[in-house]
Design a protein around this ligand. Structure first.
Ligand SMILES: *Cc1c(COP(=O)(O)O)cnc(C)c1O
Length: 476
């Protein structure tokens, strides 16, 4: 299996060669040359596999440069009942992603039972083990530099803590994350994890990461890498739970299901799109946005109009506060019949701050073949949905899951099960839970008192040179 760039200008690569990198050299994103197909016989055989077994069968179709036994070992170490132990009472942690039925034909697929209580763990846990393996094979090391407003940074740190050959330098906006999120990240004591709190906003943190990465000499000398949302292995790992959710919600492989996905960077739902392309019987992929509705606008109108950071709303589902969806190019590559010339033309506009309109092109008609529909949810919807689920089902859901559930209810069709992807636990967004329910969110037992643990964090001004100096000091 080789990987090609959506912009057509990079030589085909092996999986291990794209694992540690980000963008292709031509500025595009990597995708497999073709999507492997799943036969009816395979689908039947996979139905009863445990999570790690299923993950192995799917990953094998995309990875041919890691020996099977090694891959099996990496997968089994990533998806353990212990790492994903934070399941709802009554749910089986062995399932890794348990399915909770709200009412007949309406389900939650719990993707937030991992170490940091958000779905980013589903991919990051595997990424940590894949990175460690490939780096050891090559006798190489990497210094991961990232910026986070919450979920991604903690998932990356928990996945990479103690891993050989890997250091993590994670920038976060000083004082702007919740006390719980700060405690999650800053209380890690592993010597390969470095938290840097920048006295500025999240966007400033991201600008520093870009400035450091754009210094080619520094980047090469200090082996700077990333684990951001465009990483192909992250998308790949996420394909697995679409299959797992399908099997959990159906009795036979003749049935169709729909998935509702709270979306920001389009990474999660991109994995659903690929599962569909592989042959998983998906009826609809329901994309939900919050007030930042760039993607909803595209699927309703055919116009993709990304916005700048200053036009991005700060909302109560902050992990979806994104106005330029970094994985969207992967879907558009498929939509335009995998023609890199068309992608180059469209992204020439996006990359210079513009937009594109597919109306009047042949691609608009093909949107229907890809089964996407979309909708939007705002703060008042979120509060109402959290309250309704609490009253009707005695379940507490987080703000992102609430956005997806709101749109899922609008898009439900008779006879087709709807699976809502639950992407975080409510304890991460306590303020909004208080506003909706007047009480504190449930907290999984081993997070009791984490705010009181000693914290390890360097506080700095928004200064690129200061961050570089810090990296240099800690890389020897
Ligand atoms: C990252 C995240 C999302 C958005 O996922 P994308 O892959 O960026 O579309 C939704 N909910 C939560 C809780 C997240 O952390």
């Amino acid at each position: 299996m080789k990987y090609i760039s959506t912009r057509g200008g990079a030589a085909p690569q092996n999986f291990s060669d794209i694992l540690l990198g980000g963008l292709a050299a031509d500025g595009g994103l990597y995708l497999p040359e073709t999507y492997p197909q799943v036969s009816a016989a395979e689908l039947a055989e996979w139905r009863d596999l445990p999570y790690a077994g299923l993950a192995l069968r799917i990953l094998e179709k995309f990875i041919d440069d890691i020996p099977a036994a090694t891959l099996q070992n990496l997968v089994e170490r990533s998806y353990t009942a212990d790492a994903f132990r934070h399941a709802r009472p009554g749910c089986n942690a062995n399932d890794i992603t348990p399915l909770t039925t709200l009412e007949p034909g309406l389900h939650l697929l719990e993707l937030s039972n991992g170490p940091t209580l958000a779905f980013k763990d589903m991919a990051m846990q595997l990424l940590g083990n894949l990175f460690e393996h490939v780096l050891a094979e090559r006798g190489a090391t990497i210094n991961i530099l990232g910026a986070t407003s919450g979920d991604t940074g903690s998932a990356a740190e928990y996945a990479m803590r103690g891993k050989h050959g890997v250091r993590v330098f994670m920038l976060s906006p000083h004082g702007l994350m919740s006390a719980f999120q700060r405690a999650q990240m800053y209380s890690l004591q592993e010597p390969n994890i470095f938290n840097i709190a920048i006295e500025a906003m999240f966007d400033d943190c991201q600008d520093i990461v870009k400035a450091v990465s754009n210094d080619a000499a520094f980047k090469a000398k200090y082996k700077i890498g990333a684990v951001n949302s465009i990483n192909w292995a992250r998308v790949l790992a996420q394909i697995v739970y679409y299959f797992k959710g399908y099997f959990a919600a159906t009795r036979s492989n003749d049935e169709l299901v729909s998935f509702a996905v709270p979306s920001g960077n389009f990474g999660n739902i991109c994995a659903g799109h690929i599962a569909h392309q592989m042959g998983l019987p998906i009826h609809r992929l329901v994309l939900a946005t919050n007030e930042n509705d760039v993607l909803d606008e595209f699927f309703r109108t055919g116009v993709y109009r990304p916005r700048g950071a200053s036009d991005t709303w700060v909302t109560s589902s902050p992990s979806m506060d994104i106005s330029k969806a970094s994985n969207f190019e992967r879907f558009v590559f498929d939509l335009v019949g995998r023609d890199p010339a068309v992608v180059r033309e469209l992204w020439a506009k996006v990359d210079t701050g513009g937009s594109f309109d597919l109306n009047g092109t042949p691609y608009i008609a093909r949107l229907a073949d890809f089964r996407f529909v979309s909708g939007k949810s705002i703060h008042a919807d979120r509060l109402a949905t959290i309250r309704a689920v609490w009253q009707q089902h005695q379940l507490m859901i987080d703000t992102h899951t609430a956005d997806a559930l709101k749109v899922a209810r609008e898009q439900r069709e008779a006879g087709i099960p709807m699976i809502v992807l639950e992407t975080a636990q409510p304890v991460k967004f306590a303020e909004t839970i208080q506003e909706a329910l007047g009480c504190d969110p449930l907290r999984p037992a081993d997070f009791d008192g984490i705010e009181k643990l000693p914290q390890r964090v360097a506080v700095m001004k928004a200064d690129v040179q200061a961050v570089k100096d810090f990296i240099v000091r800690h890389c020897t």
